[in-house]
Design a protein around this ligand. Structure first.
Ligand code: ADP
Ligand code: ZN
Ligand code: ZN
Length: 698
């Protein structure tokens, strides 16, 4: 019997819901077919781009032929395909829903290929002309690496000793030279004829990091992040795919960079939450990196001053090799001062019930303690720089009824609106709804609407008023939307044109400004009282990272922490720099609460316009899950279910939201906890999102 091998093939098509699709392969195309080759395929009447996975026997049904190969488009790397197969299985996503991760958006657009091809040819022709000219000014001369100090050498040797395919956790205080060590490891990978991938949480915030890599690897470096234009992204991606760029520096999605010969993967600031993708499939780039290293036989280094509990537990259990850098290269130590200060608080009737976060008060008069202001003045007088970090989640200004205490809310989402345009406009940050601010409280009709919240704008103003001569700049979410504004602010601070930078948590991340000698953290307890088991971990990381922002140059640093009340153990441990104690204590708490990393969690989110229908579907799913577990012999000893319950954001863009949280023993694979066929059930389709190892529970 002729089973027709070679005549038919399995393809993954981006944004198709199915796992794999079968197509006939015309005879003329057969010789070129290999895993990863991109083809044009007919899918439901449109021209789609698909990836060839493997040949398969003649199917039972009639199938259509492949239209064409995509000329000159580099194939996807077979190892990246393997990685995505793994990802699909682990994060419970059909391959059709995850294959798009293997290449940027333009690769999946069948219609754009011809246009792109022309553009590419022009670029190649230009490159060829440039190459025929003898090296111009030698502008791309690589700078030699710095000589490592004794402690760094030990760490470097230890990391070189990591078996290929394995992972190490490099725990090193900020400023200890982790980046210098990465640079040496990258150089080694290149010398050995291999390639290196370095992941960063956020490139826009750390332009210095790119520079540090560029000076050492000027020709080999490609940078991949979301701030690039389509054309820039395309150029960088092709340089990597063609093997011209052998070092890739990128954010989360760069973990799928089209590289082979991979020798080294570095995940810097591995604890950062931005590695976790919040769209389906909700992958965590650090965990994908560890898997990729395993598949490619590369070494993986996870670096952080404050490791995540996940990586800490893995190193304790011997899964990752643990390596420590204890001393700052500059040998500067930071001093910490704690200021307990309760500013005069505006409280209105509604605030009397329950516990209220400090950001929900509005402050009358000054926010900063006199002692903190004094420090800012002294720093200014010495000609040094300061940073003021406002620890707050959520957004700046909102309006609260002074009579009944109800906040103005978005009519489509269950969240308060944010005030903009000096309080004249309400805006919903979830759905974009906006309107002129209401004149009356929608619940009691009172006209006494009080503007609440403490924003970075207010702080900017207070510092300007209270610290003579200081020039203040602000770095917050609003600024982040514009790459030029951001780099101007950073440049002004770097050159000393501004002396004080005010911002949110993001200020604590990664910047390297040698003249910063004072870091002020306001509202330190604000992040602790949120309904999330990672609240302590995040606050601890914020404090440690923030203190890493000072004492980086020749000058010693001071961290001033202003808190509203009694000190919290997490705050004290962070200020002592007692990371090990924090990690061991926190791990015990996680154990008690059946929380990650001790346990595994899967968050199931359901959305629907009708609340009643949603709750009913939630109960159906609850029964289905319980039945599936029983059938597999799982018991309440190893798996638990919470919900269905309304989510914290119980309504979003007019859709109601319900959560079910599965907690189970770590050893149980996600596919056993949430059988994939449930996702394809008619009644659940399109309203389910499954998040394995979730980070956000809103
Ligand atoms: P980390 O990545 O751990 O925060 P960095 O690599 O950024 O640390 O090092 C902090 C500062 O010290 C940087 O300015 C870096 O250039 C400098 N530095 C670190 N190690 C050395 C070294 N061996 N020689 C010279 N300068 C060093
Ligand atoms: Zn009211
Ligand atoms: Zn809204």
């Amino acid at each position: 019997m002729n089973i027709g091998l070679g005549q038919y093939g399995l393809f993954a098509v981006a944004n198709a819901t199915a796992h794999e699709l079968t197509y006939e392969i015309p005879e003329s195309l057969r010789p070129q077919m290999a895993a990863g080759v991109l083809c044009e395929l007919p899918v439901q009447g449109r021209r789609a781009v698909g990836v060839f996975l493997s040949f398969c026997p003649k199917p039972e049904f009639n199938c259509r032929p492949v239209t064409a190969l995509l000329p000159d488009c580099p194939s996807l790397k077979p190892r990246v395909l393997d990685l995505l197969q793994w990802l699909s299985h682990y994060y419970l996503a059909p391959l059709g829903r995850s294959i798009h991760l293997a290449a940027p958006g333009f690769v999946w657009n069948a219609l754009a290929h011809a246009k792109r091809l022309k553009r590419q040819e022009r670029v190649l022709a230009k490159q060829a002309r440039a190459a025929s000219v003898p090296k111009a000014q030698g502008a791309l001369q690589a700078q030699p690496l710095k000589t490592l100090n004794a402690e760094q050498i030990n760490v470097y040797e230890a990391l070189r000793g990591v078996e290929p395919g394995h992972t190490a956790l490099l725990q090193g205080v900020t400023g200890s030279g982790k980046t210098e060590v990465y640079l040496h490891l990258v150089r080694d990978a290149l010398h050995a004829g291999g390639r290196a991938l370095v992941l960063l949480p956020e490139i826009a915030l750390t332009p210095q990091m790119c520079e540090r890599f560029r000076v050492h690897f000027p020709e080999e470096l490609a940078v991949l992040h979301s701030g690039l234009s389509n054309v820039e992204h395309e150029r960088e991606w092709y340089r990597v795919a063609r093997g011209e760029a052998r070092v890739v520096l990128g954010v989360r999605s760069a973990v799928f960079a089209p590289m082979d010969e991979l020798r080294l993967i570095v995940v810097d600031e591995e604890h950062e939450q931005s590695y976790k993708c919040d769209e389906f499939p909700c992958y965590h780039a650090r965990d994908v990196a560890v898997k990729r290293a395993q598949l490619e036989n590369a070494r993986c280094v996870l670096g952080s001053a404050t490791p995540s509990l996940e990586s800490y537990l893995n190193s304790e259990r011997g899964k990752y090799k643990k390596v420590l850098l204890r001393v700052k290269h500059s040998r500067q130590t930071n001093r910490v001062e704690l200021f307990q200060y309760r500013p005069k608080i505006h409280s209105s009737g509604g605030l009397a019930r329950g516990v209220v976060r400090s950001s929900q008060f509005s402050f009358q008069g000054h926010v900063m303690a006199p002692g903190v202001v004094e420090l800012l003045r002294e720093t200014q007088a010495r000609g040094e720089q300061s940073m003021v970090i406002l620890n707050r989640r959520g957004f700046a200004q909102f309006a609260l009824c002074g009579d009944c205490g109800v906040a103005l809310q978005c009519p489509h989402c269950s969240v308060s609106t944010t005030l903009h345009s000096r309080g004249s406009k309400e805006l919903c940050h979830y759905c974009g709804f906006s309107r002129p601010i209401l004149k009356h409280c929608p619940s009691c009709g009172s006209e006494k609407l009080v503007q609440m919240g403490l924003g970075t704008q207010n702080m900017e103003q207070e510092i300007t008023e209270r610290v003579p001569g200081v020039v203040v700049d602000r770095l917050d979410r609003d600024v982040l939307t514009s790459a030029t504004r951001l780099s101007e602010i950073i440049k002004r601070f770097r050159t000393g044109e501004t002396q004080c930078l005010v911002g949110t948590q993001m200020l604590s991340k990664g910047h390297d400004f040698p003249r910063v000698t004072l870091v002020v953290i306001l509202n330190v307890e604000d992040g602790l009282f949120v309904p999330d088991f990672r609240a302590s971990e995040r606050t601890f990381q914020l404090l440690c990272q923030a203190s890493g922002r000072t004492g980086r140059g020749e000058l010693p640093g001071l961290i001033a922490v202003q808190s509203l009340g009694a000190s919290h153990p997490v705050v004290s441990l962070a200020l002592e720099g007692n990371i090990d104690r924090f990690l061991t204590d926190e791990l015990k708490m996680r154990q008690l609460g059946w929380h990650p990393p001790v346990c595994r969690q899967v968050l199931v989110e359901m959305q629907h316009a009708s609340e009643a229908h949603l709750m009913q579907l939630g109960s159906v799913l609850q029964r289905e899950l319980t039945a599936a577990w029983t059938a597999q012999g799982l018991t309440p000893q190893n798996v638990r279910l919470t919900g269905p319950l309304p989510a914290v954001l119980s309504k979003l863009r007019g859709q109601y939201r319900v959560h079910l949280v599965i907690a189970a023993q770590r050893e149980i694979h996600p596919s056993r906890l949430f059988p994939q066929e449930l996702m394809f059930r008619k009644e659940f389709q399109h309203l389910l999102k499954v998040d394995v190892d979730p980070f956000s529970f809103l």
